[in-house]
Design a protein. Structure first.
Length: 112
């Protein structure tokens, strides 16, 4: 099993959700996060004063998928979120040792 974490732009969520649903993936966790990458934020002007916005708002998606699904999930996220501009986000893929459904006690792929 794999755990996929993706940091994406807010307005791309519906596209990613639609793509994953079409691909047969049901279930993800979405968290509002703030951060910065290489761009180190950006400058804005408010009431004539310039200030730097260091942490930009993003969404973090978390999905647990079977071993044979992870590449397809990553492909959906990449194709739906890529604008070619700085700040498109990142995708992290890691091994998932175990998953346990609290309600039923199912474990492993059965719990996904």
């Amino acid at each position: 099993m794999k755990k996929i974490e993706a940091v994406i732009r807010h307005y791309k969520l519906d596209e990613v959700k639609a793509g994953l649903t079409e691909a047969g993936i049901h279930g993800m966790t979405v968290t509002e996060v703030r951060g910065f990458g290489r761009q180190r934020g950006h400058k804005e002007i408010y009431r004539g004063a310039e200030y730097t916005v260091d942490f930009l708002p993003k969404l973090k998606l978390e999905l647990a998928v079977r071993e044979d699904q992870w590449q397809m999930v990553v492909d959906v996220i990449l194709t739906r979120c890529r604008t070619g501009q700085i700040g498109d986000g990142k995708v992290f893929v890691s091994e998932l040792e175990d998953v346990i459904r609290i309600r039923t006690g199912e474990a492993g792929e059965e719990a996904i």
